[in-house]
Design a protein around this ligand. Structure first.
Ligand code: FES
Length: 310
């Protein structure tokens, strides 16, 4: 997720590989659920509900930004989170700057923005940001020592690969974020395919070493869609299992490809998120089994459970 601007976790920008955020000016997005994948989740710690997901401590907590670095067109923000549980790949956080986040003179009020966690290690969290509106612009301004309000980890993340399946990770734009922490978990077994609009955005591929790249303008890697690369891989390997995060058109292409070929796929969907914990029903999406709240039942959903990604 990456906010469009009430709070979304997922992708960002506009292009074929990387269309852009959903929402007003920059919500926050996330992706992942547990439909049909019960019993295979990653979560092990902090799981009082016994459903495999890591559960956030109650209430938001103020943490310190410890690093900010530019990665091509993106910003990676690192924050110390010594008291939070380790997140599962695909889970997300609601973020807000501790200062100048609405309410002041000439400031518009911001809802927190939802972002998939990029990486987590030793009490530190990293997030991948793209400046697509006032909320993400403010977050991109943060520097080491600045305060950050953080709520999470939230939602239900990616499930482990099914027995004998080869994981293929497919991302578009800031949809790279949840795939990085997943790639860390899967190790060399996973193949990663990433799509971006141009070379500046494609620098984000450095966040997952070894990733193969497609760009809309052909300035780096394959000229065309990342799903072109996926289609070629699926043609060679019917034992694949696909993990994807990116803009809705990319996810719909992944859904259609994998369902058609009977290949399991987990899609981290984007949605505007206001609360992040199931209270506002602003993130509801239809599935074959009825409506679900992406912030609680997702953001990761099984492709086979969806009629379509819109
Ligand atoms: Fe999902 Fe509020 S964001 S219910």
């Amino acid at each position: 997720m990456s906010g469009s601007e009430p709070g979304v976790a997922g992708a960002g920008t506009v292009s074929a590989n990387d269309p852009g955020t959903v929402g007003a000016d920059d919500p926050g997005t996330v992706g992942a659920n547990d439909l049909g994948v019960g019993g295979r989740p990653y979560g092990t710690a902090d799981d009082p509900a016994g459903d495999g997901r890591t559960v956030a401590p109650l209430g938001r907590r103020r943490v310190d930004v410890i690093e900010r670095r530019a990665v091509g067109a993106y910003v990676v923000l690192a924050a110390a989170d010594p008291d939070g549980p380790a997140p599962d790949p695909g889970q997300f956080y609601m973020l807000a700057a501790a200062e100048r986040w609405g309410g002041g003179e000439d400031e518009r009020p911001f809802l927190p923005r939802a972002f998939s966690v990029l990486r987590a290690r030793a009490g530190e969290l990293e997030f991948m940001l793209e400046d697509v509106g006032p909320g993400t612009e403010r977050l991109c301004e943060l520097r080491p020592g600045d305060g950050l309000w953080l709520l999470g980890p939230l939602g239900s993340g990616f499930a482990r690969p099914r027995e004998g399946r080869r994981p293929i990770l497919v991302g578009g734009g800031v949809g790279t974020a949840p795939l990085a922490i997943l790639a860390d978990t899967l190790g060399a077994a996973a193949l990663t395919l990433l799509g971006f609009r141009d070379a500046a955005h494609a620098e984000g591929a450095a966040l997952i070493p070894g990733a193969r790249v497609a760009t809309d303008d052909g300035s780096r890697g394959h000229r065309g869609l990342v799903t072109d690369l996926l289609a070629a891989e699926l043609g060679c390997d019917p034992r694949a299992e696909v993990y994807a995060c990116g803009p809705p058109p990319m996810l719909e292409a992944v859904r259609a490809l994998t369902v058609q070929q009977g290949i399991p796929a987990q899609l981290a969907l984007e949605s505007g998120m206001a609360c992040g914990y199931g209270a506002c029903f602003g993130c509801v999406v239809p599935t074959r089994g009825g409506y679900v709240r992406l912030c609680v039942d997702g953001p990761v959903l099984e492709a086979a459970d969806l009629e379509r990604v819109e």
